[in-house]
Design a protein around this ligand. Sequence first.
Ligand code: GLU
Length: 468
Amino acid sequence: MSTYKFYEQVNLNFDKAAQYTRFDKGILAQIKMCNTVYHVTFPVRRDNGDIEVVEGWRVEHSHHKTPTKGGIRYSHKVDEDETMALAALMSYKCGIVDVPFGGAKGGVKISTRDYSESELERITRRYTYELIKKGFIGPGIDVPAPDYGTGAREMGWILDTYRQMKDDLNAEACVTGKPIQQGGVRGRTEATGRGVYFGIREACNNKEDMKSVGLDTGVEGKTFVVQGLGNVGYHAAKYMTEAGAKLVGVAEIEGSIYDENGMDLEKLMEYRKDKGTIIGFDGTKELDNRDDAFYLECDILIPAALESQLTGDNADKIKAKIIAEAANGPTTADGHDIMKKRGALIIPDTYLNAGGVVVSYFEWLKNIQHVRYGRMSKRFDESSYKKILGVIENISDRKFTEAELESLAHGADEYDLVDSGLEETMITSYQQIAEVRNEHKLDDLRTAAYISAINKIGTMYEQMGIFP
Ligand code: GLU
């Protein structure tokens, strides 16, 4: 088994793309580096009274735009290299989808299942306190969000701790992915998975791309496999099945299952909640090894768990025609080359999973505007639509039913606006990176995505005064 250094893998992709840009090596080196790395240890009191030392990081990769932005990961695998790689990916991701933030990432080295809820709350609050003390959090400085092992609950604790320590009118904008009652935005929880679906749909609607892998256009009827049924994997699979794609395989920590006729995702989620495993679900076959679902015959493989999953060691066994990278860094550089050689279409992480940060951006805007989306326009729009429908009724014989009136005169609410903004971003960004790919005669969306990011960030650095 090869071992991969994650940050090095990200930089291999960066270097490959950098040769297609106009920047000199000083600017490129500046873009690549992590600007600030904060490593902290702090004591936490366990429920039984013991004191334990916990290790955490916050890395701000690029200050070409502020605030910096990126999630906080809780996992026993967290380390400095991983946090740096993930922070760098955030900068590139924000560049690709035109979100005006620099990249950052945080991590706490704990396995969440080993701690009670109150212990997790103490860890989160203490970690936040350490970030505040060193100036690593704030609406205009650095804005965390959920990542693997964290969610709205942790973001709520972060906001509450920040608010207790700081007298800041914009305090709500210090973190995103919060519960709605604490200033969160509707649609944030499902945003990454929803964006993954929009990105896959865009690729599947692209005639050239589908021709290159020998598939018809459209999501409907395509078979797919997902690795990881966490927030991102579950939501991506949900929107894929709703659009008519067939879930034929799932890989999770406990093993892999397969059903060529497709499985019912909601029932599978219920089964797992009940039994603690996906194994044995409703007529599915259990595969021999944990990750064997990777190697199934299918149209689309969606790795939605952790980094370095499709590598030089196993990429030659993967048969999927499309690799849709919902996770951050699931494919190593050698794994990528092997799958490309076979002719696979790889929809890269830096584009495909950017839906989370796109909607985080909408949440942050909502918080600094101090007003819910749609609050001032919804009713006004509805009455305008009703007037127009009334005119149509007057000049024609057509009478609208109550149900028709309700749906035709629906004014956009917060969820509608967020979802439409996300959809627009995923469509436009796909077109942008496909254009860069054609311009440079590449056959590879990952390199195109990096070129697009480097061009945007590099231009900012060129314009920036470099002080003596
Ligand atoms: N953790 C997510 C990611 O990797 C979201 C980051 C954010 O919303 O700031 O993209």
